[in-house]
Write a protein that binds this ligand. Sequence first.
Ligand code: AMP
Ligand code: MN
Ligand code: MN
Length: 319
Amino acid sequence: MIGSYQACAELLEEADYISIVTHLRPDADAIGSTVALGRALELIGKKVTMHVGQNHPVPRTFLTIPGADRVREAHELPTDQDLIVTVDCGSLDRTGAISGYLHSRLDDLLVIDHHASNTGFGSTNLIDHTESTTVILRDLIELLGVRLDKPMAHALYAGLMTDTGSFRWGSPRMHELAAELMEHGLDTRQIAVDLLDATSTADVQMIGRVLSGLQVRETGNHRAAILIADVETISGHSHAAVEALIDFVRALEGTDIGAVFKEQVPGRWAVSLRSSSLDVSQIAVRQGGGGHVPAAGYTTFGTREKIVSEFLDVLGETP
Ligand code: AMP
Ligand code: MN
Ligand code: MN
Protein backbone atom coordinates (compact mmCIF):
# COMPACT_ATOMS: atom_id res chain seq x y z
CA MET A 1 0.00 0.00 0.00
CA ILE A 2 1.20 3.52 -0.82
CA GLY A 3 -0.21 6.59 1.01
CA SER A 4 -3.02 6.83 3.53
CA TYR A 5 -6.78 7.10 3.33
CA GLN A 6 -6.71 9.94 5.88
CA ALA A 7 -4.22 12.07 3.91
CA CYS A 8 -6.23 11.47 0.75
CA ALA A 9 -9.51 12.51 2.42
CA GLU A 10 -7.91 15.65 3.87
CA LEU A 11 -6.57 16.71 0.48
CA LEU A 12 -10.02 16.28 -1.08
CA GLU A 13 -11.64 18.24 1.78
CA GLU A 14 -9.25 21.17 1.29
CA ALA A 15 -9.96 21.55 -2.44
CA ASP A 16 -12.98 23.46 -3.78
CA TYR A 17 -12.81 22.62 -7.47
CA ILE A 18 -11.75 19.09 -8.41
CA SER A 19 -11.40 17.32 -11.76
CA ILE A 20 -11.54 13.53 -11.78
CA VAL A 21 -9.73 11.74 -14.62
CA THR A 22 -9.87 8.07 -15.56
CA HIS A 23 -8.12 5.87 -18.08
CA LEU A 24 -8.62 5.77 -21.82
CA ARG A 25 -10.73 2.90 -23.18
CA PRO A 26 -12.46 2.87 -19.80
CA ASP A 27 -13.96 -0.16 -18.14
CA ALA A 28 -16.75 -0.26 -15.57
CA ASP A 29 -14.28 0.22 -12.70
CA ALA A 30 -12.95 3.36 -14.36
CA ILE A 31 -16.39 4.86 -14.96
CA GLY A 32 -17.89 3.58 -11.68
CA SER A 33 -14.99 5.03 -9.67
CA THR A 34 -15.21 8.37 -11.46
CA VAL A 35 -18.92 8.90 -10.94
CA ALA A 36 -19.05 7.54 -7.37
CA LEU A 37 -16.24 9.84 -6.25
CA GLY A 38 -17.72 12.73 -8.25
CA ARG A 39 -21.11 12.34 -6.57
CA ALA A 40 -19.60 12.04 -3.08
CA LEU A 41 -17.57 15.22 -3.60
CA GLU A 42 -20.59 17.11 -4.92
CA LEU A 43 -22.58 16.04 -1.84
CA ILE A 44 -19.98 17.80 0.35
CA GLY A 45 -20.20 20.96 -1.75
CA LYS A 46 -17.31 20.60 -4.18
CA LYS A 47 -17.40 21.74 -7.77
CA VAL A 48 -16.51 18.67 -9.85
CA THR A 49 -15.76 17.82 -13.48
CA MET A 50 -15.16 14.25 -14.70
CA HIS A 51 -13.11 13.15 -17.70
CA VAL A 52 -11.87 10.16 -19.63
CA GLY A 53 -8.45 10.31 -21.32
CA GLN A 54 -9.73 10.15 -24.90
CA ASN A 55 -11.47 12.44 -27.33
CA HIS A 56 -14.33 10.11 -28.22
CA PRO A 57 -17.28 9.42 -25.92
CA VAL A 58 -17.46 6.51 -23.48
CA PRO A 59 -19.16 3.36 -24.86
CA ARG A 60 -22.96 3.36 -24.52
CA THR A 61 -22.81 0.27 -22.28
CA PHE A 62 -21.47 2.40 -19.43
CA LEU A 63 -24.24 4.99 -19.65
CA THR A 64 -26.33 2.56 -17.59
CA ILE A 65 -24.19 3.56 -14.57
CA PRO A 66 -25.98 6.52 -12.93
CA GLY A 67 -24.17 9.78 -13.68
CA ALA A 68 -21.91 8.33 -16.40
CA ASP A 69 -23.33 10.85 -18.87
CA ARG A 70 -21.41 13.48 -16.87
CA VAL A 71 -18.03 11.98 -17.87
CA ARG A 72 -16.62 14.30 -20.53
CA GLU A 73 -13.90 13.82 -23.09
CA ALA A 74 -10.28 14.83 -22.56
CA HIS A 75 -10.40 18.05 -24.58
CA GLU A 76 -13.11 19.42 -22.25
CA LEU A 77 -10.83 19.29 -19.17
CA PRO A 78 -10.73 22.75 -17.53
CA THR A 79 -7.41 24.15 -16.29
CA ASP A 80 -8.48 26.22 -13.28
CA GLN A 81 -9.27 23.41 -10.83
CA ASP A 82 -7.37 23.19 -7.46
CA LEU A 83 -6.88 19.45 -7.59
CA ILE A 84 -6.88 16.70 -10.22
CA VAL A 85 -7.59 13.12 -9.13
CA THR A 86 -6.86 10.09 -11.30
CA VAL A 87 -8.86 6.94 -10.54
CA ASP A 88 -8.05 3.41 -11.79
CA CYS A 89 -5.02 4.64 -13.80
CA GLY A 90 -2.00 2.38 -13.20
CA SER A 91 0.40 4.86 -14.80
CA LEU A 92 0.34 8.42 -16.10
CA ASP A 93 0.23 7.31 -19.75
CA ARG A 94 -3.11 5.56 -19.09
CA THR A 95 -4.65 9.04 -18.86
CA GLY A 96 -4.13 9.12 -22.64
CA ALA A 97 -4.90 12.50 -24.17
CA ILE A 98 -4.74 14.14 -20.71
CA SER A 99 -1.24 12.87 -19.81
CA GLY A 100 0.59 15.80 -21.41
CA TYR A 101 -1.41 18.32 -19.36
CA LEU A 102 -1.03 16.28 -16.16
CA HIS A 103 2.77 16.42 -16.57
CA SER A 104 2.45 20.18 -16.00
CA ARG A 105 0.18 19.70 -12.94
CA LEU A 106 2.07 16.99 -11.03
CA ASP A 107 2.03 19.11 -7.84
CA ASP A 108 -1.78 19.08 -7.79
CA LEU A 109 -2.24 15.42 -8.66
CA LEU A 110 -3.89 12.86 -6.39
CA VAL A 111 -3.68 9.24 -7.58
CA ILE A 112 -6.25 6.71 -6.34
CA ASP A 113 -5.68 3.23 -7.72
CA HIS A 114 -5.46 -0.53 -7.05
CA HIS A 115 -2.92 -1.71 -9.68
CA ALA A 116 0.11 -3.53 -8.23
CA SER A 117 2.27 -2.00 -10.99
CA ASN A 118 1.41 1.58 -9.89
CA THR A 119 4.51 3.24 -8.39
CA GLY A 120 2.66 6.43 -7.41
CA PHE A 121 2.94 9.15 -10.05
CA GLY A 122 1.01 11.81 -8.12
CA SER A 123 2.10 14.34 -5.49
CA THR A 124 -0.25 12.42 -3.18
CA ASN A 125 -1.07 8.76 -3.74
CA LEU A 126 -3.53 6.25 -2.37
CA ILE A 127 -2.64 2.90 -3.89
CA ASP A 128 -4.22 -0.07 -2.18
CA HIS A 129 -4.13 -3.50 -3.85
CA THR A 130 -7.84 -4.14 -3.56
CA GLU A 131 -10.10 -5.98 -6.03
CA SER A 132 -11.19 -2.77 -7.76
CA THR A 133 -10.68 0.96 -7.39
CA THR A 134 -14.30 1.13 -6.24
CA VAL A 135 -13.35 -0.93 -3.14
CA ILE A 136 -10.95 1.88 -2.15
CA LEU A 137 -13.63 4.48 -2.81
CA ARG A 138 -16.14 2.76 -0.53
CA ASP A 139 -13.85 3.48 2.45
CA LEU A 140 -12.78 6.88 1.21
CA ILE A 141 -16.38 8.04 0.75
CA GLU A 142 -17.09 7.05 4.36
CA LEU A 143 -14.05 9.01 5.55
CA LEU A 144 -15.40 12.05 3.69
CA GLY A 145 -18.50 11.78 5.89
CA VAL A 146 -20.80 10.93 2.96
CA ARG A 147 -23.53 8.31 3.36
CA LEU A 148 -23.71 5.91 0.43
CA ASP A 149 -26.87 6.18 -1.64
CA LYS A 150 -28.24 4.04 -4.47
CA PRO A 151 -26.49 5.78 -7.39
CA MET A 152 -23.11 5.57 -5.62
CA ALA A 153 -23.74 1.95 -4.61
CA HIS A 154 -24.60 1.11 -8.24
CA ALA A 155 -21.37 2.71 -9.48
CA LEU A 156 -19.24 0.98 -6.83
CA TYR A 157 -20.88 -2.38 -7.56
CA ALA A 158 -20.23 -1.99 -11.30
CA GLY A 159 -16.47 -1.73 -10.71
CA LEU A 160 -16.43 -4.51 -8.12
CA MET A 161 -18.41 -6.97 -10.26
CA THR A 162 -16.40 -6.46 -13.45
CA ASP A 163 -12.89 -6.24 -11.94
CA THR A 164 -13.45 -9.52 -10.07
CA GLY A 165 -14.64 -11.31 -13.22
CA SER A 166 -18.15 -11.46 -11.72
CA PHE A 167 -16.84 -12.45 -8.27
CA ARG A 168 -14.54 -15.20 -9.55
CA TRP A 169 -11.37 -13.83 -7.94
CA GLY A 170 -10.78 -11.62 -4.90
CA SER A 171 -10.84 -11.82 -1.12
CA PRO A 172 -13.90 -12.61 1.05
CA ARG A 173 -14.29 -8.84 1.39
CA MET A 174 -15.62 -8.65 -2.18
CA HIS A 175 -18.71 -10.59 -1.17
CA GLU A 176 -19.17 -8.54 2.00
CA LEU A 177 -18.99 -5.33 0.03
CA ALA A 178 -21.34 -6.70 -2.63
CA ALA A 179 -23.84 -7.54 0.13
CA GLU A 180 -23.53 -4.07 1.64
CA LEU A 181 -24.05 -2.40 -1.75
CA MET A 182 -27.05 -4.63 -2.54
CA GLU A 183 -28.70 -3.34 0.66
CA HIS A 184 -29.21 -0.08 -1.23
CA GLY A 185 -31.77 -1.80 -3.43
CA LEU A 186 -29.60 -2.54 -6.48
CA ASP A 187 -31.04 -4.69 -9.24
CA THR A 188 -27.86 -6.76 -9.61
CA ARG A 189 -29.35 -9.01 -12.30
CA GLN A 190 -30.07 -5.97 -14.46
CA ILE A 191 -26.61 -4.47 -13.78
CA ALA A 192 -25.00 -7.72 -15.00
CA VAL A 193 -27.20 -7.70 -18.12
CA ASP A 194 -26.40 -4.03 -18.80
CA LEU A 195 -22.63 -4.33 -18.36
CA LEU A 196 -21.84 -7.89 -19.40
CA ASP A 197 -24.60 -9.93 -20.94
CA ALA A 198 -26.62 -7.79 -23.35
CA THR A 199 -25.99 -8.86 -26.96
CA SER A 200 -27.60 -8.51 -30.36
CA THR A 201 -27.90 -11.11 -33.14
CA ALA A 202 -25.15 -9.33 -35.06
CA ASP A 203 -22.89 -9.39 -31.99
CA VAL A 204 -23.33 -13.14 -31.54
CA GLN A 205 -22.55 -13.69 -35.23
CA MET A 206 -19.38 -11.59 -34.83
CA ILE A 207 -18.37 -13.68 -31.79
CA GLY A 208 -18.92 -16.82 -33.88
CA ARG A 209 -16.63 -15.53 -36.64
CA VAL A 210 -13.87 -14.69 -34.15
CA LEU A 211 -14.24 -18.03 -32.32
CA SER A 212 -13.97 -19.98 -35.58
CA GLY A 213 -10.38 -18.70 -35.83
CA LEU A 214 -9.37 -19.98 -32.38
CA GLN A 215 -5.73 -21.13 -32.27
CA VAL A 216 -3.87 -23.07 -29.60
CA ARG A 217 -0.13 -22.35 -29.77
CA GLU A 218 2.65 -23.96 -27.79
CA THR A 219 5.81 -22.14 -26.70
CA GLY A 220 8.34 -22.90 -23.93
CA ASN A 221 6.40 -24.54 -21.13
CA HIS A 222 3.12 -22.95 -22.09
CA ARG A 223 0.09 -23.40 -24.31
CA ALA A 224 -1.89 -20.32 -25.23
CA ALA A 225 -5.46 -20.02 -26.50
CA ILE A 226 -5.50 -17.12 -28.96
CA LEU A 227 -8.35 -15.19 -30.55
CA ILE A 228 -7.78 -12.56 -33.18
CA ALA A 229 -10.51 -9.95 -33.60
CA ASP A 230 -9.51 -7.78 -36.53
CA VAL A 231 -10.97 -4.37 -37.14
CA GLU A 232 -13.14 -5.48 -40.06
CA THR A 233 -14.78 -8.14 -37.93
CA ILE A 234 -15.40 -6.07 -34.79
CA SER A 235 -16.07 -2.54 -36.04
CA GLY A 236 -19.61 -1.41 -35.31
CA HIS A 237 -20.10 -4.10 -32.67
CA SER A 238 -20.87 -3.37 -29.03
CA HIS A 239 -18.03 -2.85 -26.58
CA ALA A 240 -19.59 -5.50 -24.30
CA ALA A 241 -19.60 -8.14 -27.07
CA VAL A 242 -15.96 -7.51 -28.00
CA GLU A 243 -14.90 -7.58 -24.33
CA ALA A 244 -16.83 -10.85 -23.84
CA LEU A 245 -14.45 -12.66 -26.24
CA ILE A 246 -11.85 -13.16 -23.52
CA ASP A 247 -14.28 -15.28 -21.50
CA PHE A 248 -14.08 -18.04 -24.14
CA VAL A 249 -10.31 -18.46 -23.75
CA ARG A 250 -9.62 -17.57 -20.12
CA ALA A 251 -9.55 -21.25 -19.08
CA LEU A 252 -9.58 -23.43 -22.19
CA GLU A 253 -8.74 -27.04 -21.38
CA GLY A 254 -5.09 -27.88 -22.13
CA THR A 255 -3.97 -24.23 -22.12
CA ASP A 256 -2.60 -22.08 -19.30
CA ILE A 257 -3.17 -18.61 -20.77
CA GLY A 258 -5.82 -16.94 -22.92
CA ALA A 259 -5.17 -13.96 -25.18
CA VAL A 260 -7.48 -11.83 -27.31
CA PHE A 261 -6.01 -9.42 -29.85
CA LYS A 262 -8.51 -6.65 -30.67
CA GLU A 263 -7.64 -4.42 -33.62
CA GLN A 264 -8.99 -0.97 -32.74
CA VAL A 265 -7.82 0.84 -35.88
CA PRO A 266 -5.85 -0.84 -38.68
CA GLY A 267 -2.54 -2.03 -37.20
CA ARG A 268 -3.22 -1.02 -33.58
CA TRP A 269 -4.22 -3.84 -31.23
CA ALA A 270 -5.49 -3.89 -27.65
CA VAL A 271 -4.46 -7.19 -26.09
CA SER A 272 -6.27 -8.87 -23.17
CA LEU A 273 -4.55 -11.64 -21.22
CA ARG A 274 -6.06 -13.99 -18.63
CA SER A 275 -4.67 -16.95 -16.68
CA SER A 276 -5.38 -18.83 -13.50
CA SER A 277 -1.82 -20.14 -13.12
CA LEU A 278 0.54 -17.55 -14.68
CA ASP A 279 1.16 -13.95 -13.59
CA VAL A 280 -0.04 -12.26 -16.78
CA SER A 281 0.75 -8.77 -15.46
CA GLN A 282 4.47 -9.60 -15.93
CA ILE A 283 3.91 -10.45 -19.59
CA ALA A 284 1.84 -7.29 -20.08
CA VAL A 285 4.44 -5.09 -18.38
CA ARG A 286 7.17 -6.49 -20.64
CA GLN A 287 5.03 -5.38 -23.59
CA GLY A 288 4.52 -1.88 -22.18
CA GLY A 289 1.15 -2.54 -20.55
CA GLY A 290 0.03 -3.50 -17.06
CA GLY A 291 -2.70 -5.02 -14.95
CA HIS A 292 -3.12 -7.68 -12.31
CA VAL A 293 -1.90 -11.26 -11.75
CA PRO A 294 -5.01 -12.93 -13.30
CA ALA A 295 -5.95 -10.20 -15.81
CA ALA A 296 -3.72 -7.80 -17.71
CA GLY A 297 -3.32 -6.12 -21.06
CA TYR A 298 -1.19 -4.03 -23.40
CA THR A 299 -1.34 -2.17 -26.68
CA THR A 300 0.75 -3.20 -29.67
CA PHE A 301 1.18 -2.38 -33.36
CA GLY A 302 1.72 -4.37 -36.54
CA THR A 303 0.39 -7.22 -38.64
CA ARG A 304 -1.44 -10.11 -37.01
CA GLU A 305 1.55 -12.41 -37.63
CA LYS A 306 3.96 -9.97 -35.95
CA ILE A 307 1.86 -9.29 -32.85
CA VAL A 308 1.17 -12.98 -32.24
CA SER A 309 4.79 -14.03 -32.71
CA GLU A 310 5.95 -11.23 -30.36
CA PHE A 311 3.50 -12.43 -27.74
CA LEU A 312 4.64 -16.05 -28.14
CA ASP A 313 8.29 -14.97 -27.81
CA VAL A 314 7.58 -13.29 -24.46
CA LEU A 315 5.41 -16.16 -23.28
CA GLY A 316 8.12 -18.66 -24.22
CA GLU A 317 10.57 -16.85 -21.93
CA THR A 318 8.10 -16.85 -19.04
CA PRO A 319 8.94 -19.47 -16.39
P1 AMP B 1 -8.64 -5.81 -20.11
O1 AMP B 1 -8.08 -7.06 -20.69
O2 AMP B 1 -8.71 -4.68 -21.07
O3 AMP B 1 -9.93 -6.07 -19.39
O4 AMP B 1 -7.61 -5.35 -19.00
C1 AMP B 1 -7.24 -6.17 -17.92
C2 AMP B 1 -6.37 -5.39 -16.96
O5 AMP B 1 -5.18 -4.99 -17.63
C3 AMP B 1 -7.01 -4.11 -16.45
O6 AMP B 1 -6.82 -4.10 -15.06
C4 AMP B 1 -6.26 -2.98 -17.08
O7 AMP B 1 -6.01 -1.99 -16.15
C5 AMP B 1 -4.95 -3.60 -17.54
N1 AMP B 1 -4.60 -3.10 -18.88
C6 AMP B 1 -5.22 -3.39 -20.04
N2 AMP B 1 -4.64 -2.77 -21.08
C7 AMP B 1 -3.62 -2.04 -20.56
C8 AMP B 1 -2.64 -1.16 -21.13
N3 AMP B 1 -2.57 -0.90 -22.43
N4 AMP B 1 -1.76 -0.58 -20.27
C9 AMP B 1 -1.80 -0.84 -18.94
N5 AMP B 1 -2.69 -1.66 -18.36
C10 AMP B 1 -3.60 -2.26 -19.14
MN1 MN C 1 -9.78 -0.21 -15.35
MN1 MN D 1 -9.70 -1.45 -11.94
